[in-house]
Design a protein around this ligand. Sequence first.
Ligand SMILES: NC(=O)c1ccc[n+]([C@@H]2O[C@H](COP(=O)([O-])OP(=O)(O)OC[C@H]3O[C@@H](n4cnc5c(N)ncnc54)[C@H](OP(=O)(O)O)[C@@H]3O)[C@@H](O)[C@H]2O)c1
Length: 279
Amino acid sequence: MHVLITGCSSGIGRAAVEAFARAGHQVSATARNLAAIEDLRSGNVQVLRLDVTDRESMRAAVEAARRWAPLDVLVNNAGYGQAGPLTELSQEEWLEQFQTNVFGLMELTRLVTNGPGGMIERRGGRIIMITSVVAHVATPFSGAYCATKFALRAISDTLRLELAPFGIRVVQVEPGPIRTRFADNSLARAARLLSRRDTPYEFLRSAIEGRARRSQVGAAPASSVAEAIVRAAVARRPATRYPVTWQTRALKLVRSVFPERALDLILARVFGLPTRPRP
Ligand SMILES: NC(=O)c1ccc[n+]([C@@H]2O[C@H](COP(=O)([O-])OP(=O)(O)OC[C@H]3O[C@@H](n4cnc5c(N)ncnc54)[C@H](OP(=O)(O)O)[C@@H]3O)[C@@H](O)[C@H]2O)c1
């Protein structure tokens, strides 16, 4: 089986490369900075540059991957979380967040499904989307990121139906908190916001930082997601979604049984937001 994975420089993407390679599969490991994945190169792993915001790099990577062997599985993993209250994010921050987590991912998916040698023509393949628990429960101070994962859930649910007639399965892997560079990257992206003194959210600075770090609280190792990704790739009849961590299962359950008002109160408390207007 030949698998192409995005965002392999660290975290879940890197762990997935290692898991597929250990199981003897061919892997096209990709990252926007090739030097960051050189060490992954081996007999069954080739490394390719791929930036999900750069169409030409995606086209070249898919072409190079296909020259090696037809692509059986695409793992859409690359992504980041923009921290910050929604009204404080700039248009550029919004655009970049969606460009990376949604539009770039969709462009790469099209490149893999369409055209000569594509999954549609070959009548088979598998697309694995790394969504998140926040595709089900949107949380304060990471709303733009949650919006991309809600969008990805809708895209995956639609693609699953649209691609089934061509023998292509679309599977969602839903991690909860996972120990990776995710929180550090989130905080780095929020540096501009957190250094500002002229924001109405100044009193919530530590809560905003706390939200960015939350993905590391009680976090599971990246290998736990990698195992679920491999299971989703090799299963004869894969599940529609693979929740990873107890936090994902618990929050999905809470979402389905609690009234929205109660859920709001819980989230406000967890994220340190007053529920009454401040003077
Ligand atoms: N960690 C969690 O708690 C958690 C929970 C739920 C879902 N997830 C999802 O899991 C996926 C992987 O995240 P992670 O936790 O492994 O975080 P991570 O360690 O920060 O890894 C993110 C990966 O995405 C790459 N990336 C970012 N922008 C890119 C771009 N424009 N083009 C190509 N690659 C790009 C990064 O590359 P650079 O090194 O070049 O930045 C890195 O390889 C993401 O989709 C994330 O939303 C994570």
